[in-house]
Design a protein around this ligand. Structure first.
Ligand SMILES: *[C@@H]1O[C@H](CO)[C@@H](O)[C@H](O)[C@H]1NC(C)=O
Ligand SMILES: *[C@@H]1O[C@H](CO)[C@@H](O)[C@H](O)[C@H]1NC(C)=O
Ligand SMILES: *[C@@H]1O[C@H](CO)[C@@H](O)[C@H](O)[C@H]1NC(C)=O
Ligand SMILES: *[C@@H]1O[C@H](CO)[C@@H](O)[C@H](O)[C@H]1NC(C)=O
Ligand SMILES: *[C@@H]1O[C@H](CO)[C@@H](O)[C@H](O)[C@H]1NC(C)=O
Ligand SMILES: *[C@@H]1O[C@H](CO)[C@@H](O)[C@H](O)[C@H]1NC(C)=O
Ligand SMILES: *[C@@H]1O[C@H](CO)[C@@H](O)[C@H](O)[C@H]1NC(C)=O
Ligand SMILES: *[C@@H]1O[C@H](CO)[C@@H](O)[C@H](O)[C@H]1NC(C)=O
Length: 435
């Protein structure tokens, strides 16, 4: 009885006081020009440049319930922030709407979505089943917030293998109309303790989501450690990013209707184009060498990457007079150096295989390619022998360190010697033509 009286008295006092709409006297309103107000559940509608509270303005019309100062709630009947006492029979308005496992209640004077305890009453840890989303470059793992709560876990304790603050990228989200808490990590070597494994076709990034107990005097549950993995196909791009010191270079090219886009050329050891040659590697003369060219950010439906010509030079000068053609008009030049053009003009990657060779007495090989983005409404594949590099092509080049296998060449290695001879014999006619 005593309690009821006190409650009534408190209610009466409140009614008698500043009941009704917020007048803006307790907290000065921000002037419209400086208040870049934003709405969050925690701080109402506060200003970026000072911490005073704004009352709902047009900025807050999308989520008025969240825009009231502390002690006030959104009263839709009078369209204002009100401190009128809410009776349990009043309709409660949450904005944005609550998800299916939440209910809308007045909490500290604000209409707030809270977990609907009945939904998860009989659930166990086996029902957690976190969902993992593997985006092109981020892995996101999401867990039902209300279920965690019901099981006695603290979603704000989410951590990855790397527990530093920079790896605490968490947020609340709604998936399938259920409230979830998500944490994300870049799908990248070295990011937030990712464990990386790869074979010739795939790269897997694994990390662990650690979830701690809610702070309570009794520890009745073990913390959760949930391993999650995203598996990505190794493309030239991912394999190159996978290796820090790849022999590669990029150039920006343009095409009609497309801005400047980067094109990268890199050298690979394997025909899957997954093992980039490192800048510390030496290439054995005569071994197969795979040149990969690729571009990102381009509409692959409309454009293809086409290599018009490639050539090799012993010095870092694309205009070197005795350079050796590898590809001309998009097809193998077949002028002494064995070349296969495996993919060209068909997509956003071009693949060229050559047998590595060296110029006599040189240990470096520079390879230059003229590339362009080709509008697929025209012809982008096949040979175009008459076509030289034009204004629409850009040049990209790489440099390799070569090593003739001396032990073999001194005892007459056929391949190592024959490529050197071929290159030399090729230079003969070129020189004759030029002089
Ligand atoms: C759900 O349970 C928690 C405590 O377990 C309680 O604080 C909360 O008010 C309950 N929510 C509802 C909507 O009943
Ligand atoms: C939980 O289990 C009890 C009996 O074990 C059952 O009566 C009740 O309906 C269940 N609740 C839910 C939400 O499944
Ligand atoms: C992560 O950051 C949020 C705030 O952004 C904080 O509430 C939470 O406690 C942090 N988690 C850890 C494990 O530090
Ligand atoms: C990557 O993960 C997939 C399944 O997620 C598995 O089949 C494959 O063996 C894994 N590969 C490596 C290299 O770990
Ligand atoms: C989770 O990954 C860690 C390595 O990060 C490993 O030691 C542990 O055995 C894995 N746990 C499970 C259940 O696979
Ligand atoms: C990955 O490669 C396989 C073939 O190896 C292909 O079927 C699949 O579509 C590829 N996945 C993606 C996302 O590119
Ligand atoms: C490698 O990853 C970075 C992001 O860390 C990205 O900006 C870059 O484009 C990637 N490089 C290649 C060649 O894909
Ligand atoms: C390509 O353009 C971007 C900006 O558009 C620039 O940051 C980058 O350095 C350019 N790369 C090259 C190789 O010119």
């Amino acid at each position: 009885m005593k309690f009821l009286c006190m409650f009534l008295l408190a209610a009466l006092l409140k009614e008698a006081g500043a009941a009704g709409c917020y007048a803006g006297t307790d907290h000065p309103m921000c002037s419209a020009s400086t208040c870049a107000g934003y709405c969050t559940a925690d701080n109402g509608c506060s200003c970026n440049d000072d911490v005073t509270l704004c009352v709902p303005t047009t900025q807050c019309t999308t989520a008025p319930a969240l825009c009231c100062p502390e002690g006030f709630h959104w009263d839709p009947s009078s369209s204002c922030c009100s401190d009128k006492v809410v009776s349990p029979t009043d309709v409660v308005h949450c904005s944005p709407l609550c998800s299916s496992d939440e209910v809308c209640v007045y909490k500290s004077g604000v209409a707030t979505c809270v977990c609907d305890n009945s939904t998860y009453r009989n659930k166990t840890i086996a029902d957690l089943a976190p969902s993992v989303t593997c985006d092109s470059s981020v892995m996101i793992v999401s867990v039902s917030k209300c279920l965690l709560d019901a099981l006695g876990y603290d979603y704000s304790s989410f951590q990855l293998n790397d527990k530093s603050d920079s790896c605490n990228v968490t947020y609340s989200d709604v998936i399938n109309n259920k409230r979830v808490h998500s944490i994300e990590v870049l799908a990248r070597t070295g990011s937030c303790g990712n464990v990386v494994s790869s074979d010739s076709s795939k790269v897997n990034y694994t990390n662990t989501l650690h979830i701690g107990n809610k702070n309570s005097p009794f520890v009745t549950k073990n913390p959760i450690n949930y391993n999650f993995t995203c598996s990505y196909n190794l493309t030239m791009q991912t394999s190159l990013n996978f290796s820090a010191n790849a022999v590669s270079s990029s150039v920006n090219i343009t095409a009609d209707g497309v801005g400047s886009v980067p094109v990268t050329m890199a050298a690979y050891k394997d025909q899957g184009y997954t093992i980039p040659i490192q800048d510390t590697d030496t290439v054995i003369v005569g071994s197969d060498l795979y040149l990969g060219l690729f571009t990102q950010f381009v509409d692959g439906e409309k454009f293809a990457l086409r290599v018009e010509q490639c050539f090799a030079s012993p010095i870092n000068d694309p205009n070197y007079v005795n350079k050796v053609p590898l590809v001309t008009g998009g097809c193998p030049a077949n002028q002494g150096v064995y070349t296969e053009v495996n993919v060209n003009g068909a997509g956003l990657e071009a693949r060229i295989k050559i047998s590595s060779f060296t110029f006599q007495d040189q240990t470096k090989l520079f390879i230059f390619c003229d590339v362009r983005l080709c509008d697929k409404t025209g012809t982008c594949t096949g040979c175009n022998v008459g076509r030289a590099a034009g204004a629409d092509t850009s040049q990209v080049g790489i440099s390799l360190s070569l090593e003739g296998d001396n032990s073999y060449s001194s005892s007459g290695s056929h391949r190592a010697v024959s490529w050197a001879v071929l290159a030399a014999s090729l230079l003969g006619p070129l020189c004759t033509k030029l002089f």
